[in-house]
Write a protein that binds this ligand. Structure first.
Ligand SMILES: Nc1ncnc2c1ncn2[C@@H]1O[C@H](COP(=O)(O)OP(=O)(O)OP(=O)(O)O)[C@@H](O)[C@H]1O
Ligand SMILES: [Mg+2]
Length: 498
């Protein structure tokens, strides 16, 4: 009350003085009064404006961090009025202290009183926003820096975990502005739902975590903060799903770059410099997308076109971007624009790629995805059928160990078809595994016969024809024999220096 009375009388005095004193003297008196107040008040006051400087458009990072920090408290904000908003196409609700309302924060036994100031500038009708902080002078000395550090940390974590991520694609119209089109990224794949070797999973997740925390490391060693992954393996083994899981794990945006739609290297550069930090740039089927001829003519003569027979665009239509153009961005001068980016190439045929593109430093981690092992099968059974164990698991494990090769996509397709009918789903998996063993044996016996003549001679199978009439058990036995024969034939070949 006493302070109020003081202010009231001061304001009265001020009005009188305003009429008699020049404005410079008035300003001086005001600032003396404020200094005096600061001296006797037990509190310190801070003003954190939205922009750095009065007429500046440069955002104040501290304001943004405080905003995120308050948002992270969500419904725990103990302000009398809270505004709740949701962006279009978003699932996230954001909470914020309503304009000109206050909020109490307590940390380490110290109190911080925040006020969200919003005032409208009369001439332009623009809103000027800031946060005001009131703390006791004692706390200012002891804990303010650490309190702001804590705010920055929580704000970053909240931003990473809550921001809506987007999936971008180059729409092929070219040009700087219209290069990328985007939709919200909501792929459900995670490392928990992915079915592959648990050791490999752990290796990838720890590599990603280490990368995302390595800002200081990369700047210390003088490298741009990015990492390359090459994912290779047959169709349906989970390459695209793994990319989605990586993006979900790190909370990154995804840029799906369709190289065949990029007209030339300069358009590629324009597209890539528009990509944001904390993103994964994906080039799928790299072997079908790139002209490898400019760096390595021998490679092209040697390996093309037979290595591109599988490409849908046809072996001779890989797009106009050259290997040099891409390398210039992956680790040339342009590689330093932007940070915290992951570049992922996928291919079904690793051998079809120029080694220059996938050497370490460019593609740091090479990940082979193959047919489902027993662990992968168990993950799929748990995801699709809700099963942790079943009497047929043992048989399935044996089939897989004896050479049954189904991709996770094939197994999931069976499980979707028989969902709700666990026994039949598993029986179907067993049958499909057996068939895959037979196909494998057929392939191998064919190729082996090409090398050393008929391997079936001497197996007691003569007269049954080349492969026909064999049961799958016979074929498995045959395969084991074929394998050992192939081993001995290759070792004798190498001894002979072939
Ligand atoms: N490892 C896996 N774990 C769980 N599901 C998988 C896995 N691999 C494949 N699938 C299932 O199969 C479907 C196809 O997989 P995905 O597109 O990731 O394969 P891909 O290796 O990228 O194939 P392609 O080489 O044809 O592009 C996915 O939608 C997913 O349901
Ligand atoms: Mg794919």
């Amino acid at each position: 009350m006493e302070i109020l009375a003081q202010i009231w009388s001061f304001l009265g005095l001020l009005t009188v003085l305003q009429n008699v004193l020049p404005s410079q003297i008035l300003t001086l008196i005001l600032s003396w009064y404020e200094s005096l107040q600061d001296l006797i008040s037990p509190y310190s006051y801070f003003e954190i404006p939205e922009f750095n400087g009065y007429c500046s458009v440069e955002p104040n990072e501290l304001y943004r961090q405080i905003q995120l920090y308050l948002q992270s408290l969500g419904t725990c904000l103990n302000s009398r009025r809270v505004t709740a908003t949701r962006a279009k196409n978003s699932r996230q609700i954001s909470f914020m202290v309503a304009p000109n309302q206050s909020f109490d924060d307590t940390w380490n036994g110290r109190k911080f009183l925040w006020t969200h100031h919003v005032e409208t500038v009369q001439e332009s009708l623009e809103e000027r926003r800031s946060f005001g902080l009131k703390i006791s002078k004692r706390d200012r000395e002891f804990g303010l820096n650490r309190y702001f550090e804590r705010i920055a940390k929580i704000a970053e974590e909240f931003e990473n975990s809550s921001r809506d991520r987007r999936l971008f694609t180059n729409n092929g119209h070219g040009g700087f502005e219209s290069g990328w089109a985007s939709v919200p990224f909501r792929h459900p794949a995670t490392f928990e739902t992915l079915a592959f070797d648990p050791k490999l999973k752990a290796e990838i997740t720890s590599d990603l975590t280490a990368f995302s925390k390595a800002r200081d490391f990369y700047s210390r060693v003088g490298r741009s903060w990015k990492r390359g992954y090459l994912l290779y393996g047959p169709p349906g083994t989970g390459k695209s799903s793994l990319i989605a899981a990586m993006a979900n794990f790190l909370h990154y945006d995804v840029y799906d770059l369709e190289l065949t739609k990029v007209s030339d290297n300069s358009e590629l550069r324009a597209l890539l410099i528009q990509t944001t930090n904390k993103s994964i740039i994906v080039i799928e089927d790299i072997d079908c997308s790139l002209d490898f001829s400019d760096r390595n003519l021998n490679f092209r003569r040697r390996k093309l076109p037979e290595n591109r027979k599988h490409c849908q665009n046809g072996p001779e239509n890989p797009g106009q971007v050259t290997l040099s153009g891409l390398l210039n961005f992956t680790d040339g001068l342009w590689s330093c624009c932007g940070e915290e980016r992951i570049i992922v190439f996928t291919t079904n045929y690793k051998d079809a790629i120029d080694v220059a593109l996938i050497r370490s430093g460019r593609m740091d981690m090479h990940i082979r995805l193959g047919p489902a092992g027993f662990d992968a099968f168990k993950t799929l059974a748990c995801n699709y059928l809700g099963l942790r164990d079943h009497r047929l698991f043992e048989i399935i494990e044996r089939e897989i160990s004896e050479g049954g090769r189904l991709t996770p996509a094939e197994i999931s397709e069976i499980m979707v078809r028989f969902k709700g009918d666990v026994d039949n789903a598993l029986r179907e998996v067993v049958t499909a595994l057996k068939e895959s063993v037979m196909e494998f044996v057929d392939e191998k016996t064919d190729s082996f016969q090409g090398v050393v003549g008929s391997p079936l001679k001497g197996f007691g199978m003569a007269g049954k024809g080349k492969k026909g009439g064999l049961t799958w058990q016979e074929k498995v036995r045959c395969l084991v024999r074929v394998k050992s024969l192939m081993r001995s034939s290759s070792s004798s070949s190498s001894k002979r220096g072939i």
